[in-house]
Design a protein around this ligand. Structure first.
Ligand code: PEP
Ligand code: MN
Length: 346
């Protein structure tokens, strides 16, 4: 439930609404706006009786949020949320930041070469997994803590923001020391304990859609993070499992405008996992940007044929450079721009 206060409502009137909500057994969340304050009521899982609040002085309107997800919904907040992960790197506005790098951090040489290459091509954030959620326990599991150290080194050398995945509660705290954006992978989208942990950590979160998750499931998972007090969530479409094995996944482009309609949170697209095939990454990256994606995350490896994970979908640095040139043109057509390296980053 949202309590919209009148334009001239006093501080005392807002406080009285908050007190009443507490007395009803729920939590008030005051949200001051440019025109007027709105007080959200959280903690309910069904429609609440609004009679005690509706009669209070200064209350202009009561809105009952119809979805199960509340704080992530457009009903709750009409304006798009802008999530800033590092100075000058923001998702959800006119700028479209590009996140690029290898699937996994493999060695110092590999991550530094990747970081310099994607930065030169126009990326503003470096991706690379240190903790890897692999389908087989016998596949490369990532360098772990050593991988995080190498990401920190790449960040010091290039100034790029760092995006890397956390797989469990303990890992989340380690990842948070290095990452500007903590990735929750598709396989963990419904790991509610992990979602609560990153909600409490408070750093920006990249929440990837599960491979068999509905859009509602995705938004409810985001709600877990917001409900712990962390509003800095970026959603990510990365493709769904389908009956057709031609592509690794079925890249759900429609999710982008649908999510924009339902939620104020930014959504980025991952055409690398979405297609699984290097030759399909460029066309689907263009399409995702045209569909309204607020950013792109692309796998790039200096030597894809030697990659320890996801080589088949990784672009070479040259291919990524070409992709950025094309994306700049698509961005112009939809009144956006590919984010430039922030001032002050050498
Ligand atoms: C990844 O980003 O390398 C990854 C494992 O992604 P997803 O969780 O979408 O499979
Ligand atoms: Mn990958």
């Amino acid at each position: 439930m949202l309590v919209v206060m009148s334009n001239g409502a006093t501080k005392q009137e807002v406080e009285r609404v908050c007190e009443t909500i507490r007395a009803m057994g729920y939590s008030p969340l005051p949200m001051p706006g440019a025109q007027r304050t709105t007080v959200g009521l959280v903690g309910n899982d069904r429609r609440v009786d609004d009679s005690l609040v509706a009669e209070l002085p200064g209350v202009a309107q009561i809105i009952h949020v119809s979805n199960q997800y509340k704080q992530v919904s457009r009903e709750w907040k009409a304006d798009a949320t802008i999530v800033t992960i590092a100075p000058g790197v923001s998702f959800g506005g006119a700028d479209v930041p590009l996140i690029a790098g290898p699937c996994s951090v493999e060695s110092e040489e590999q991550i530094l070469e990747s970081a310099h290459a994607v930065k030169a091509a126009g990326a503003v954030a470096l991706r690379g997994g240190a903790f890897k959620p692999r389908s087989s326990p016998y596949s490369f599991q990532g360098l772990g803590k050593q991988g995080l150290k190498l990401l920190a080194l790449a960040k010091r050398e290039t100034g790029l923001a760092v995006v890397t995945e956390a797989m469990d509660d303990e890992g989340a705290n380690l990842v948070a020391e290095v990452a500007d954006l903590i990735q929750i992978g598709a396989r963990n989208m419904q790991n509610y304990s992990l979602l609560k942990t990153v909600g409490r950590i408070g750093k920006p979160v990249l929440l990837k859609r599960g491979m068999a998750a509905t859009i509602e499931d995705l938004l409810l998972s985001a709600e877990y993070v917001l409900s712990e007090g962390n509003p800095h969530v970026i959603l990510c479409e990365r493709g769904l499992r389908s009956f057709d094995s031609t592509s690794r996944n079925l890249f759900d482009l429609t999710a982008i405008p649908v999510v924009h309609g339902l939620s104020h949170l930014p959504i980025v697209a991952d055409p690398s996992h979405g297609t699984g095939r290097r030759d399909n990454v460029l066309p689907m990256a263009r399409a995702a940007l045209a569909a309204g994606a607020d950013g792109l995350i692309i796998e790039v490896h200096p030597h894809p044929e030697r990659a320890l994970s996801d080589g088949a979908q990784s672009l070479t640095p040259d291919q990524f450079t070409h992709l950025v040139v094309q994306l700049r043109r698509v961005a112009e057509a939809v009144n956006r721009q590919i984010a430039e390296t922030p001032v002050g980053v050498a």
